[in-house]
Design a binder for this molecule. Structure first.
Ligand code: NAP
Length: 232
């Protein structure tokens, strides 16, 4: 065992989650990374092969309530210095509340808002008291104050995540917990597309810096990957 700080990253097999995993490892943290299909997560497997004592990979499907509720038991008592709930989806291609089916909105809301909160609540007792931090990958699109229209279903799912995370923070107020809802920038991933202006590397390095800086602040803030405050 090492005395490195430990981060758990949910949804770490590609995109921003994979970038953040690499950035945490580069800063000397140990990482538990989740993937729906660890066997197929080649990039994570390659990283773990290089540093097997610092990176472990766990299976987790966010849309499986039993997996969410049972996940804490797989940590075998390890204490988390940072917990990042990053997994997310963009929702149906039509993006339209007037066209959405109950199944489509159910899947979007469950993955982007309910599952992260349910998992955070199940894991919160594993987060280090005092200095530990719980981070959610939100989006500026979840800001009600900055809503410029469009993408209304995705926006609603991230606004719900922001509301639920604030509620969880209030629920935990006596425990000196730190929480941050993060906008990673518009990032060049499968979700963000190739014309996005921010690279995964720049976003991920910024996210790790914000998490390190906020740790122990005992606040809940809505920040972007540069540390800029965003309107709720
Ligand atoms: N890219 C942007 O510009 C941008 C901007 C603002 C916010 N965000 C947010 O940043 C986060 C990461 O986005 P990204 O751009 O890296 O997206 P991405 O490349 O599409 O990656 C999404 C990640 O979430 C995982 N995931 C999706 N549904 C899941 C489920 N049901 N259970 C477990 N894991 C699941 C995916 O796993 P699989 O490989 O198994 O699908 C993948 O690891 C998301 O929350 C997104 O909403 C992104």
């Amino acid at each position: 065992m090492t005395d490195h700080r430990l981060a758990l990253i949910v949804g770490a097999n590609r995109g921003i989650g994979l970038g953040v995993t690499k950035a945490f490892l580069a800063r000397g943290w140990d990482v538990i990374a989740t993937a729906r299909d660890p066997e197929g997560a080649a990039a994570l497997q390659n990283l773990a092969a290089l540093q097997p004592d610092r990176l472990s990979i766990q299976a987790l499907e966010m849309n499986d309530p039993a997996a969410l509720d049972g996940f804490a038991g797989t940590l075998r008592g390890r204490v988390l210095d940072a917990l990042l709930l990053n997994a997310g989806v963009s929702g149906p291609e039509h993006r339209n509340a007037s066209a959405v089916t109950e199944a489509e909105i159910g899947a979007l809301m469950f993955t982007n808002a309910i599952a992260p909160i349910r998992l955070a609540r199940a894991l919160i007792s594993r987060v280090r008291p005092g200095s530990g931090i719980v981070a959610f990958t939100s989006s500026v699109m979840g800001s009600v104050a900055a809503n410029a229209g469009g993408h209304e279903l995705y926006r609603a799912s991230k606004a719900a995540l922001n509301s639920l995370s604030r509620g969880l923070w209030a629920e935990m107020r006596g425990r000196k917990l730190t929480m941050v809802s993060l906008h990673p920038g518009w990032v060049a991933t499968d979700m963000g597309g190739s014309s996005a202006p921010v690279s995964v590397e720049v976003s991920a390095a910024g996210i790790v810096t914000v998490i390190e800086q906020q740790s122990g602040a005992h606040q809940h803030r809505f920040l972007d990957y540069t540390g800029k405050e965003l309107p709720w």
